[in-house]
Write a protein that binds this ligand. Structure first.
Ligand code: CMP
Length: 144
């Protein structure tokens, strides 16, 4: 069953020049890009994206961090895309993430961990709609 998955390359990923590397991994895996853009997100968008963490000690730092510079948001599609992407992204804490995963290869921190990916299929629609209008997703297309 094909699924959509929302992914965001966070400001540290952009600043470290990892945008191409991260997109390449998803493309190499066979995931199809359906939407992609670079933005500077607003505080409102950050609070909405992370509202389940509101009240936690790291919440303000998280919101300040993801609004501190440009991010790249995208929607990818593929069979079981949510679990596939989450495995490719790796554990939240870069120090614990498996080598071979994005965080395992490029992060050492929990707070600055390069990339965000929606953690369950039920949440994808909500997270992606914070950044994309329905018509910004391209129609399905052939992909090798
Ligand atoms: P992300 O996958 O974007 O989802 C929530 C984010 O909150 C997470 O990645 C981390 O960047 C951040 N986060 C989660 N737990 C902590 C923590 N204990 N300390 C700091 N940041 C955290």
């Amino acid at each position: 069953m094909t699924q959509l998955e929302f992914v965001m390359i966070k400001p540290d990923g952009v600043k470290r020049g990892l945008v191409g590397e991260i997109i390449k991994r998803f493309e190499n895996k066979g995931l199809k890009l359906r939407a992609l853009k670079m933005i500077k997100m607003s505080k409102e968008q950050a609070i909405e994206l992370y509202k389940e963490h509101e009240g936690k000690p790291f919440f303000d730092d998280l919101v300040n961090y993801v609004t501190s510079g440009p991010v790249v948001v995208m929607v990818v599609e593929g069979p079981r895309a949510v679990e596939v992407v989450r495995r490719m992204v790796g554990a939240t804490d870069g120090a614990e993430a498996e080598p071979g995963s994005i965080r395992g290869d490029f992060a050492l921190s929990k707070a600055r961990n390069i990339v965000h990916a929606t953690d369950s299929p039920e949440k994808v629609e909500r997270e992606m709609s914070i950044f994309f209008k329905k018509e910004e997703l391209v129609e399905d297309y052939e992909f090798a």
